[in-house]
Design a protein around this ligand. Structure first.
Ligand SMILES: *Cc1c(COP(=O)(O)O)cnc(C)c1O
Ligand code: SF4
Length: 337
């Protein structure tokens, strides 16, 4: 892979990195870009300081100016409800602290090691269960991946490495390449999975450099995307996802069921059929994790079950996701329907 260099010999930033520099990083800029006022949307300035607004230009371009109910905007907008203290909504809803092996590694389930590869994301989702995660204490990339390679070699029952985050595709290609090359020396590894929003929120991330980097992996690659609404998809995501499919990457999607964003049959039908049109099959539809500040996104379980029944009556079975919830201490995610 030849990397373009600037006049000082350092690698020049890729287009997606330049796009991240142009990202919206505060509430006022977001509202201004969409011609909205704080009165239109009832924002929470304190929440915007605790977990800053972050929206790359490519995602902003898919939001509708002047629409305070836009389903993409609602995923990133710090609303006043975030400041409400709702009982049962806590900082570590999945008790992840208990599953931490150190150096960014989490193991909850048989055969799969999950790596918090970076704290950075391309977008800040207000309902994110990791929004209070103590990232500074748990990160894997800093030590040239020594800890994760040692863990994989020490435990031959680990067949799958899951790169999560944050968003693993926020790492520069050379950081990923360092890991992927070293994984060739882990004979038991059968699959590498990436949990990422980037091919959709910033389709420029799927560039020649990324495809060359993925090709370094010694085993099949699964990408689990995170798309919540059909309006996140357009011709630019279609092109990016087509390149990944052509490179042999298995594309799946996990969505979160979010009140007023995708909790109706029409939205869900459009989401999963729209994803299929771009080469992506359903994986999970997650019930919200009860994370502090996100209670206003919750869809009660009976409503979720009714929605699943309606979806199943409309769609072929292979386009229906599994409705799932994570329960701390269980050996797998709990599939409800
Ligand atoms: C969700 C999760 C996985 C993956 O579970 P799958 O059901 O295989 O998608 C693995 N490890 C951890 C820690 C997880 O939270
Ligand atoms: S980890 Fe995923 S859900 Fe959470 S803020 Fe980052 S991109 Fe959004």
């Amino acid at each position: 892979m030849s990397v373009p260099r600037n006049m000082f010999g350092a690698p020049a930033p890729a287009e997606w990195q330049q796009q991240m520099r142009l990202a919206i990083r505060n509430l006022d800029a977001l509202l201004e870009a969409l011609s909205l006022t704080p009165e239109d949307v009832r924002v929470c300035a304190q929440a915007a300081r605790d977990f800053p607004v972050l929206v790359p230009p490519a995602m902003l371009a898919r939001m509708r100016a002047g629409d305070a109910r836009d389903p993409l905007l609602l995923q990133v907008l710090p609303r006043y409800e975030e400041s409400l203290d709702v009982s049962g909504y806590v900082n570590d809803p999945l008790a992840e602290s208990a599953a931490v092996l150190g150096d960014g590694m989490l193991q909850k389930y048989a055969g799969r090691l999950l790596l918090i590869s970076t704290a950075a994301c391309a977008v800040h989702c207000r309902y994110c269960f990791r929004r209070h995660f103590p990232y500074a204490d748990h990160q894997a990339a800093g030590n040239e991946w020594r800890a994760v390679l040692a863990a994989l070699r020490a435990d031959p029952t680990l067949r799958e490495l899951i790169l999560s985050g944050g968003d693993p595709l926020m790492l520069a290609d050379r950081r990923l390449a360092s890991l992927f090359t070293q994984l060739r020396d882990v004979p038991g590894l059968r699959r590498v999975r990436l949990h990422t929003r980037m091919p959709v929120v910033l389709p420029q991330r799927v560039d020649d450099g990324l495809l060359a980097t993925l090709a370094l992996l010694p085993c099949p690659v699964v990408m689990v995307l995170h798309v919540n609404h059909a309006r996140e998809l357009d011709a630019t995501t279609a092109a990016a996802l087509a390149r990944l499919s052509a490179a042999g990457v298995t594309l799946l999607n996990q969505a979160v069921l979010l009140r007023d964003i995708n909790d109706d049959v029409a939205s869900q039908t459009q989401l999963w059929t729209g994803l299929f049109d771009q080469g992506v099959l359903p994986y999970y539809l997650h019930l919200l994790d009860p994370v502090a500040g996100a209670a206003h996104f919750n869809v009660p379980e009976p409503d979720a079950l009714a929605l699943m029944a309606a979806l199943r009556a409309r769609l072929p079975g292979y386009l229906v996701p599994r409705l799932a919830r994570e329960q701390p201490g269980h050996p797998a995610k709990t599939v409800l329907a």
